[in-house]
Design a protein around this ligand. Structure first.
Ligand SMILES: Cc1cc2nc3c(=O)[nH]c(=O)nc-3n(C[C@H](O)[C@H](O)[C@H](O)COP(=O)(O)OP(=O)(O)OC[C@H]3O[C@@H](n4cnc5c(N)ncnc54)[C@H](O)[C@@H]3O)c2cc1C
Ligand code: FES
Ligand code: FES
Length: 470
């Protein structure tokens, strides 16, 4: 696709065939667009990424070839599909024969009313064809799918019954690169969707259109659009900007492009600190992680976003670019008030930089109503270093859900310097938390509950790292 005038048409590969369609507007979801084409396997259950009834597969880059990624079509705006390759449940059978994932669910009794089934099939199919899969299908691949009547046992058993993906057209497809995400301009129903190919062009659009809004994975924005009917006159997608898709590691630094999906970061970051490994599975579902980005997570400045506590514990910095030039801000100074960051109008997050060496001990804890795929009540990222005699030389206590912004508790960190990890030092930290944390209570947890949880997590951290060192 080449740079050109705005169009109201989207061209992409749908179930292996080129299509050219006209969505009603820039805020039309891919789900609605597909259903208008008569592909009604994908369904709307929640319109907010929670149920997986709308699941479709998108072809993404993987090494020199491709992978199929399950994504929530209710959270993709239709113009995001331009130039891409999408498969719906209708396209998964080849030569009239059901895909193995379909057969396994049918034979195993994994479907009753069937509303959720196309979504489960797509998620399982992407896992079946996962290029680097060695063992059985991981049932975590179904983490973004809900079933309200069958029960999960037969669905899980169907997943575990699958062996290697069969040869044929779908496996052959994985040897070729995914379509690149390129420059694209779309306009319909009074709203523009721009996908510029460079940071300079993004900034130039933002300076000439102050009403422009950045959009990356859309896992937040599409929920606002679908459920709260928010509309933006000008959306500027960051998905085609090379600087925002960088991932690099040097002896001094890990640099994570702000528009890289969380799944892509996980794939590329070979040796992350322990808390990053703990953090990934606790962040939403596989399908959400296939689209969500760290740039979007931090830019929302949500007090309960999970990216911030993990990154604060690693002393991360954000690299920003805007009309006034480039700047680097420590993440600890990025959040200024409830859902407000230091981002100036027209400014964007380019990357998240994590300095090395990483701390010796790191842990991430997420306390929510449900263990997996839920919003945090309290999240904590902790880290520390000790010297040869076991005395603390660096401590980080970072929290989400205990104030209007994600924060580090400096007084608690200072109270640990020169001390050993033991009951006395933990109690000192806890008494600092007692006097400094002023959580906002809501239906997920009262202020008192959140404070107590934060204190207890410090005890857990101390116990875990002393056990690990023993
Ligand atoms: C079902 C579901 C489960 C979720 N679970 C979790 C969870 O467990 N933990 C959690 O923390 N979050 C969760 N989220 C929230 C969401 O997935 C994350 O906040 C995600 O990281 C947002 O990234 P995005 O690229 O999708 O952002 P988008 O929706 O594209 O954008 C979000 C905001 O950030 C701005 N923005 C995007 N990129 C940039 C950039 N580079 N520079 C400046 N501004 C930018 C946009 O203008 C917008 O205001 C969940 C969401 C859903 C729908
Ligand atoms: S409709 Fe529920 S996740 Fe999309
Ligand atoms: S089979 Fe009815 S919701 Fe899953």
């Amino acid at each position: 696709m080449t740079a050109g005038p705005k169009t109201s048409t989207i061209e992409f590969l749908l179930n292996g065939r080129p299509v050219s369609v006209e969505p009603a507007g820039a805020h039309t979801t891919l789900l609605d667009l597909l259903r208008e084409q008569g592909l009604t396997g994908a369904k709307e259950g929640c319109a907010e990424g929670e149920c997986g009834a709308c699941m479709v597969a998108i072809v993404t880059s993987h090494e020199s070839g491709s992978a199929y990624h399950a994504v929530n079509s209710c959270l993709m705006l239709a113009p995001m599909a331009a130039g891409q390759e999408i498969y719906t449940v209708e396209g998964l059978s080849a030569n009239g024969e059901l895909a193995e994932a379909q057969k396994a669910i049918a034979i195993g009794g994994g479907s009753q009313c069937g509303y959720c089934t196309p979504g489960f099939v797509v998620s399982l199919w992407t896992e079946h064809y996962r290029p680097d899969r060695a063992g059985p299908c991981q049932t975590e691949a179904l983490s973004g799918n809900l079933c309200r009547c069958t029960g999960y046992r037969p669905i899980r058993d169907a997943a575990l019954s699958l062996g290697s993906a069969p040869g044929g057209v779908f496996r052959d497809r994985l040897s070729f690169p995914a379509p690149p995400v390129e420059d694209f301009k779309f306009e319909a129903d009074g709203a523009i969707f721009d996908r510029p190919p460079s940071k300079v062009e993004c900034l130039s659009i933002a300076s000439s259109h102050p009403d422009a809004r950045w959009i990356s994975g859309a896992t937040d924005i599409a929920v606002e659009s679908n459920l709260h009917f928010r509309r933006w006159p000008h959306l500027v997608s960051l998905e085609a900007v090379p600087e925002l898709l960088e991932f690099s590691e040097t002896p001094d630094l890990v640099r994570i492009g702000a528009a890289l999906s969380l799944s892509e970061i996980e794939r590329r970051w070979i040796n992350p600190p322990h808390l990053v490994r703990q953090w990934w599975p606790l962040f939403a579902s596989v399908a959400i992680r296939n689209r969500a980005t760290l740039g979007g997570n931090l830019a929302t400045a949500s007090p309960i976003g999970d990216g911030a506590p993990m990154l604060l514990a690693l002393d991360a910095r954000v690299r920003l670019a805007g009309p006034g030039g480039d700047r680097v801000v420590p993440l600890s100074a990025f959040f200024v008030d409830y859902r407000r960051s230091t981002l100036e109008p027209g400014e964007l997050i380019v990357s998240i930089d994590i300095p090395k060496p990483f701390p010796m001990f790191t842990r991430f804890y997420k306390v929510a109503k449900r263990r997996m795929d839920d919003i945090s009540t309290v999240a904590a990222g902790f880290s520390g270093d000790v010297d040869g005699s076991g005395r603390v030389t660096r401590a980080r206590f970072a929290f989400g859900g205990v104030a209007a912004v994600p924060l580090r508790v400096y007084a608690a960190e200072e109270s640990m310097l020169g001390e050993r990890w033991n009951e006395t030092s933990v109690e000192r930290v806890q008494s600092v938390l007692e006097s400094t944390l002023h959580p906002i209570g809501d239906h997920r947890g009262s202020a008192e509950y959140r404070r107590e949880v934060a204190k207890s997590l410090v005890g857990k951290f101390c116990w875990e790292i002393t056990e690990a060192a023993a």
